[in-house]
Design a protein around this ligand. Structure first.
Ligand SMILES: [Zn+2]
Length: 303
C-alpha cells in the first residue's frame, strides 16, 4: 500500500503526489451521485466533497472533516482496497444484493455504517411488498437543504393549484401562501427539487433558514386544509401523493431523527411496510402518507 507524506483535503498540506493518490483511491469507490474526480493532484472543492462523502458513507462519521491524514482512520479505510458493501459469500449473492439495492434504494440516499447495516438487514425481508428506500442519513446541512426542497416543492404545488378552477376565496388564500413563501426564499431560489441531496448550496444565513422553516411549516398546514376544503386533489390531474408530500411536515433542521443514521423513509405499500417493520423491531413507525418513516434504534430483529 502506498503512503501519503502529508495530509490531503480541507486545510491539509496537499502535496501533489498525495492528492493524486487520494483522488485515485476515491475514484475506486462508488460515491454516486458524485462524479469521478480528475486525478490532477490538485486539491479543490470536489476533492474535499468526495472525502466528506467517503467519510460519511464508509466510516459513518457524523461530522466529516473532509481531510485525510497519513496515519488517520480515513486513509486506512481508503487503502482498504475498494471493498464494496454487501457481505455475500460468493459473487452470485453479491450480485443479487447489488441488484436488489439498485432497485430498492434511491441512489440519492445517504448512509452511515449504521444505515447500511439496517438497509442490508431490511431489504431481504421486504421482497414481497412494493417498497423503495428514498431517504436515510441526513447531516445538519442536508436537513437545511430538505427545508429548501420542501419550500420549493410547496411553492410549485401552490402555483399549480392557482391554475385550477377555484373559488375566489381559495385563490386569494393560495396567493397569500405564495407571497409568504416568496418572502422567505433561499438563495438560489430554485433547483433543490431536481438536484441530489445537498445541492444547490444555499447562501442564505442560518437565521433566515430557521425563519424559512417556520414560515414553511405554517404554510404547509394551511395548504393541507385547502387541499380538502377546495378539493384540490379532485380538480388536479396530479396524483394524490403530490399533495400529500406538499402538506407533509418537515422537522426543524438539526433535530431530524435522520441525523442519527437509524431512520429511513420508505415509499410503496405503506400499510404492508408499516406492519413488516413493526414485526422487525422498529422503535418507531409512522405514516407520512407519501411514504413511511421508520426508526430502528435497536437494529433489525433477526429472528
Ligand atoms: Zn423520515
Amino acid at each position: 500500500m502506498k503512503k501519503i507524506e502529508g495530509s490531503v483535503g480541507q486545510g491539509g498540506d496537499n502535496l501533489e503526489d498525495d492528492v493524486r493518490l487520494v483522488q485515485q483511491l476515491l475514484n475506486q469507490r462508488d460515491l454516486a451521485p458524485l462524479g469521478k474526480l480528475q486525478e490532477d493532484g490538485r486539491n479543490g472543492p470536489s476533492t474535499v466533497e468526495a472525502i466528506r462523502q467517503f467519510q460519511v458513507r464508509f466510516l459513518g462519521m457524523q461530522s466529516p472533516d473532509g481531510r485525510v491524514d497519513p496515519d488517520g482512520r480515513t486513509f486506512r479505510q481508503l487503502g482498504n482496497g475498494g471493498t464494496e458493501r454487501g457481505t455475500g459469500e460468493n459473487t452470485q449473492t453479491r450480485k443479487a444484493d447489488r441488484q436488489t439495492r439498485t432497485e430498492r434504494v434511491d441512489p440519492r440516499v445517504k448512509e452511515t455504517a449504521l444505515t447500511t447495516g439496517i438497509i442490508d438487514e431490511l431489504l431481504p425481508r421486504l421482497t414481497d411488498v412494493r417498497a423503495r428506500v428514498i431517504a436515510g442519513f441526513l447531516s445538519d446541512a442536508d436537513q437545511f437543504w430538505k427545508v429548501n426542497y420542501h419550500w420549493e416543492y410547496l411553492l410549485q404545488m401552490v402555483e399549480h393549484s392557482l391554475t385550477l378552477a377555484l373559488k375566489d376565496d381559495a385563490k386569494k388564500e393560495l396567493q397569500g401562501l405564495r407571497s409568504s413563501l416568496i418572502g422567505c426564499k433561499p438563495d438560489p431560489s430554485s433547483g433543490y427539487v431536481t438536484s441530489p441531496i445537498g445541492k444547490p448550496e444555499d447562501r442564505s444565513s442560518v437565521e433566515d433558514a430557521r425563519q424559512r422553516h417556520q414560515t414553511l411549516s405554517s404554510a404547509k398546514r394551511a395548504f393541507g386544509k385547502l387541499v380538502d376544503s377546495a378539493e384540490l386533489k379532485q380538480k388536479s390531474k396530479k396524483g394524490e401523493h403530490a399533495f400529500d408530500l406538499a402538506a407533509a411536515p418537515v422537522a426543524p433542521p438539526g433535530t431530524s431523527k435522520h441525523g442519527s443514521g437509524y431512520a429511513l423513509d420508505i415509499e410503496g405499500e405503506n400499510a404492508a411496510i408499516k406492519s413488516l417493520c413493526k414485526g422487525l423491531g422498529a422503535s418507531l413507525v409512522f405514516d407520512e402518507k407519501s411514504h413511511v418513516h421508520v426508526e430502528f434504534k435497536n437494529g433489525v430483529n433477526r429472528s
